[in-house]
Every structure is written in structure tokens, then in C-alpha cells.
Write a protein that binds this ligand. Structure first.
Ligand code: SME
Length: 138
């Protein structure tokens, strides 16, 4: 054993920090695209275990972000028809893509148990986090 952290350990630490420090971030995780850009695979996360470890492009909020390359802020998950429910406690969600060398390679996904919790700060903040995350990815 040594002190050198793997990329997954670092990503997990990011999830832990965000979940701990921001009270309305209740599930924080990463999804990454497969090489064929057909599905997203769940990476490190903090929060309730989810059945949705593989999400097809286009499906749910995450799958839509894989296709659109844009942030998706959902103040009320009940108002979304293309939404994959992970837990009945979730009220809102924000997904921000991760770009590496200009390509959308994955995303940070955050669920909130608070209705309409996101402020104008969340998107620029998470874009900053995603840039830092991209810099440690292979
Ligand atoms: N709600 C997401 C699925 C992933 S869970 O939030 C962990 C979606 O609609 O894509």
C-alpha cells in the first residue's frame, strides 16, 4: 500500500467533498461514456446505491446530456418525461458534461432531495469542478 491515489479514488473524494459541503447535494456521482458513445457507465459516486449503472445515450437526464453536450438543470424531476428515477426521495437534479480535449467524455450527476434547490452559482461551479476533473483523467 502507498499514498498514491488512483483516478477513481480522487473522483470518489470529489463526490464526498461535494456531498458533505453542499447541503442540497445528496447524491453525487460520475458517469463516463463508452468508446462507441452508446452508453454511460457509472463511475465513483456517493449516496444511495443505484440500479442505473449503465444508461443508454438519449435516456434519462444523463443520457440526454451525453447527446446534447450541454448542462441540464432540473428543478423538479416530476416535470420531466425523459427521466430515470433512482430514488423516490429525489426532487431535483443537475448534470454537467465533462469535456476532455473538446470531447464530451462523461458527466457529473447530482441529485437533490430539496425541491428547486439550484442557484445561478451551481452551473459555473460544477463546470469548474468538471474542468479540474478532466485534467486528472487519462
Ligand atoms: N436520474 C438520472 C439517472 C441517474 S440517477 O440520478 C443516479 C437520469 O434521469 O438520467
Amino acid at each position: 500500500s502507498n499514498n498514491i491515489k488512483t483516478v477513481d479514488e480522487r473522483l470518489y473524494s470529489v463526490c464526498e467533498l461535494l456531498e458533505k459541503e453542499i447541503e442540497y447535494y445528496n447524491w453525487v456521482g460520475f458517469y463516463f461514456s463508452d468508446a462507441k458513445k452508446e452508453v454511460l457507465h457509472l463511475g465513483p459516486y456517493v449516496g444511495e446505491a443505484t440500479d442505473h449503472t449503465v444508461i443508454p445515450f438519449g435516456k434519462g437526464i444523463c443520457g440526454q446530456v451525453a447527446v446534447s453536450n450541454s448542462n441540464f438543470v432540473v428543478p423538479d424531476v416530476k416535470a420531466q418525461d425523459n427521466y430515470i428515477a433512482c430514488s423516490i426521495t429525489v426532487k431535483a437534479e443537475i448534470v454537467v458534461p465533462i469535456f476532455k480535449n473538446g470531447k464530451n467524455i462523461g458527466q457529473i450527476d447530482i441529485d437533490s432531495n430539496t425541491p428547486d434547490p439550484f442557484t445561478k452559482e451551481d452551473e459555473p461551479f460544477l463546470e469548474f469542478v468538471c474542468k479540474k476533473v478532466a485534467s486528472i483523467l487519462p
